[in-house]
Ligand binder design. Sequence first.
Ligand code: TSX
Ligand code: MN
Length: 588
Amino acid sequence: MSTSNAALKAASSSNAALNNWVAEVASLTQPDRIHWCTGSDAENASLISQMLASGDLVKLNEKTHPNCYLHRSNPTDVARVEHLTFICTRNREDAGPNNLWMDPAEANAKMDDLLRGAMKGRTLYVIPYCMGPIDSPHSRCGVEITDSAYVVANMRIMTNMGEAALKRIEREGTFVKGLHSTGDLDPKKRFIMHFPEELTIKSVGSGYGGNALLGKKCHALRIASWQARTEGWLAEHMLIMGVQNPQGQVHYVAAAFPSACGKTNLAMMVPPASMPGWKIWTIGDDICWLHVDSEGQLRAINPETGYFGVVPGTNAKTNANAYETIKKDTIFTNVAVTADNQPWWEGLSGTPALDWQGKPYTGNGPAAHPNARFTVSAKLNPAYSTMAEAPEGVPISAILFGGRRREVPPLVYQARDWGHGVLVGAGMASETTAAAVGEVGIVRRDSMAMKPFCGYNFGDYWAHWFSFEQRTQKLPKVFHVNWFRQDKNGKFMWPGFGDNLRVLKWIFDRCEGKVDAQDTAIGYLPHAKDLDVSGLNLDPATLEQLLSIDASAWRHEMADIGKYLNDFGQRTPERLREEHAKVVKRLG
Ligand code: TSX
Ligand code: MN
């Protein structure tokens, strides 16, 4: 079948730039059909039945998991590919040492070669989407062109997709262009290219979430971080949660953690039985856009409408709310299944019958892929806050940075002020886990958890963070947390999970000015008496260790951070070196 001129010309928008771009892409990629997505239930139902027929989706047990589906990806296509992800700016320095860079002309030519004829025999879907509440001035729209029905179904859950977004695009006239084609899934022909100066993304050769759902990491973080710098706001890799005390008072917190630290678990946390009346509200689990409002208050919106979360390890103990959320209306990717076709993964009871590739499970290795995912609407979360839909966003009282560190950073400490907080975020690090390839237990720097997602030079990014001191007097307090300290025997010293609310309560009280702190070289730490550990069976020596600093270990830590800052050369703000020097001096 060949693409008819009529199909190519069938404009479905009143925005000429959009129509022209769709026509251009169609003439390059040669699809059989063009479909403009409306986001309707009927459209979704038709895509689902088409994917069931093609084998792209498998229906799961309707009794136990109504309206749930399984997608098995190509075994070579199961995760984001940082080594194939590029920032393509005119000036190489603007991408920085934290990114791979390619010349925009070269990258465009390369991608056009890979995209030529790539949609032959396939449908080209046009997905208008809005990141953030449809009526929020802080929301941003994009259009993703893809030849994957799986991408359409996922984008429908993860974004405000369809007619309303198209209307907003037609009204505003601007949108981020995202072009995705699954290609032949040959890893040698896989690239994720970002052109921040052209507000364009091109992705070929992967059908996997972070590489293919372009609204998420590509737009809402890499492109948005670039736009945020030029426009005076922040696009961050942060969860957003409300912490409510028994009196009904709520403080909103935004928190950045590298992967494998349980960000989604924290965002959906269930309070421990020992803290009756406390409540956690989820606004978002992954991305946060921050703006200073007319009163000088920093406010956050979550640009997403769903969760694309790691499945293995999710159960009634680790994350009861997520476990409840994914019982219906969920797309699973790369989980195992039981004999009666229920989704299965490590961390659940029961027995897998087929592994994530659909082969009989033999007991060798994990049955679900360690990066298996759920895609589900945020509204199904029992802890969902309707404030996620507030156009102005929620006021942020505290920003948390964290990492997985078996030693050095205490359970929690507070930065002395915003400037010191920028250093704390810039110096963030986490230990590698078995969830990713490579050696386990190695400390990696990951500034603000943005290493894989900042669309420009980290040096400029840190300077942008400092600039908020000039934008308002009412900045949130900044904290660092570490749930992962271990003792000599490798035993976790802090129970974590719901009990983390005990730490959030101290942070809450700091925001209220209700509790003082130990003034140390690295910042403010709780007095042991101020951390509620009732019912925890935590021995005083362990608590003392969790809430103290080892000056010698910290001198090493600061030396390592100093070296890391030097990697960014001239672009590292002098101010950051000053903040670093201040802590070094205090450590003696
Ligand atoms: O998500 C985690 N959080 C945050 C929860 C709100 N995890 C899982 C990390 C992998 C994604 C944690 N793991 C946390 C944590 O606070 N803490 C730990 C470490 C830990 C693991 C097990 C126990 C205690 C701590 N306890 C027992 O196994 C009994
Ligand atoms: Mn993330």
